[in-house]
Design a protein. Structure first.
Length: 401
């Protein structure tokens, strides 16, 4: 039995094919307006004749669609958004993460905004248009998380905001927001939240000291007290353990403040952009040890692992040592959430410590601003899952002084 010929691609979105049991060729063409393939028989046995019919069918379909002038297409404003976000990231007005998020949402090859909305007229986009896009996403990628869907929604709105600001449209249509899950963040439990015997945070610090005392070598690099200091610094500074925050801090970014004793850190390209962050007093002692450890430091030297100019390398070294520490102390999992502990867990620990140790008196807005996050994030991911102590209950019931 002769094999059925494979589909013949004429150009993107147009092909002919033949199914088993028939001599006729079929044409398949992508309908940009309906966002689906249209299929019909060419009525031809010859592939040469079928190609002609297919091209005529495609041309008729294109002619039936009113051509949108380039300056009114979604693509036109999407490219402007990418250029704008890139410029803002380079100027330090927005984080590089913001630019990457916009680029990913717009240009994703599978289900990005350009692929779906690219040739559409922004003047005709409505709420139902976006809902049709979401329906397509749900069919194609039902596994996408609420945060991913919300990132796509934010990029879509940002594109249309540019069109609005240029006077092409009057309003940005309403777009439904996906409900995010309030998943608690894993952190290391500490006293008085738990008993001293169950204090996993102190256990982590003690384990780091032991590894340094033993002179443990991991991939040819010795563990030193720098690991201990880095863990302590993370917990008392609220910075993120990333190459754009923790590992990017230089001595020129650090000022020792008085009354109260603290470090004032300049975070230049953090997740939420530029900010200054005040630490707890314990971070001052860490910084003083850093200055003693690298007594010949220059202002532009990094404060952690300064001998490694590649900050990704520095990050990986610490990550390997931290993973070994978790393994040795059996602290890989947070028993309450069942999630894996990461270096990020120390930032989560820092925020929880402030809420608990302040006995309800910390100003959540100031905490959020200092940590480069939002009040909503702190309430959803931290405060909601912490117990209400007696002092916090009294604070809740107070009438002021």
């Amino acid at each position: 039995m002769p094999k059925t010929p494979k589909a013949i691609n004429l150009y993107k979105g147009l092909s002919i094919y033949r199914v088993a049991g028939t001599s006729k060729w079929y044409v398949r063409v992508w309908d940009r307006k309906k966002k689906k393939y249209l299929v019909k028989s060419t009525g031809k046995d010859s592939s040469i004749e079928a190609k002609d019919v297919a091209q005529e069918f495609a041309m008729a379909l294109l002619k039936s669609e009113p051509r949108v002038e380039a300056e009114f297409t979604f693509k036109h404003f999407a490219l402007k958004l990418l250029h704008q976000s890139s410029s803002m990231a380079q100027a330090g007005e927005r984080s590089i993460g913001y630019f990457k998020s916009m680029s990913w949402a717009v240009q994703n090859a599978d289900w990005g905004l350009l692929d779906y909305f690219g040739e559409m007229d922004v003047r005709k986009l409505r709420t139902h248009t976006y809902q049709e896009y979401l329906a397509m996403l749900n069919r194609k990628r039902p596994d996408l998380s609420p945060s991913t869907l919300n990132s796509l929604m934010a990029a879509f709105r940002n594109v249309l905001k540019i069109a609005r600001n240029e006077g092409v449209i009057d309003i940005v249509p309403a777009t439904p927001r996906a409900k995010a899950k309030n998943n608690p963040r894993p952190f290391f439990r500490f006293h008085p939240l738990v008993s001293k015997d169950a204090d996993s945070y102190q256990k982590l610090l003690a384990g780091a000291k032991t590894m340094a005392d033993e002179g443990l070598v991991i991939r040819g690099i010795s563990v030193t007290e720098e690991l201990y200091d880095l863990l302590l610094f993370l917990t008392h500074s609220f910075v993120r353990p990333t190459t754009t925050e923790l590992y990017s801090i230089k001595h020129s970014d650090v000022t020792v403040g008085e009354n109260p004793k603290r470090l004032i850190l300049t975070i230049r390209k953090g997740k939420t952009g530029y900010r200054t962050s005040n630490t707890m007093p314990a971070a001052v002692s860490v910084y003083e040890r850093i200055c003693e450890r690298y007594s010949d430091f220059q202002a532009e030297d990094y404060i952690f692992l300064p001998n490694y100019q590649n900050r990704t390398t520095a990050s990986k070294i610490i990550q390997r040592q931290f993973n070994e520490l978790l393994n040795r102390e059996s602290l890989e999992l947070d028993p309450q959430t069942g999630k894996k502990h990461m270096l990020y867990s120390l930032r989560h620990t820092a925020i929880c410590m402030r809420i608990i140790n302040s006995e309800g008196k910390v100003n959540i807005f100031n905490l959020a601003k200092n940590a480069g996050t939002s009040v909503d994030q702190i309430e959803r991911f931290y405060a909601k899952y912490l117990p209400l102590s007696a002092e916090m209950a009294r604070n809740l019931q107070s009438f002021g002084e």
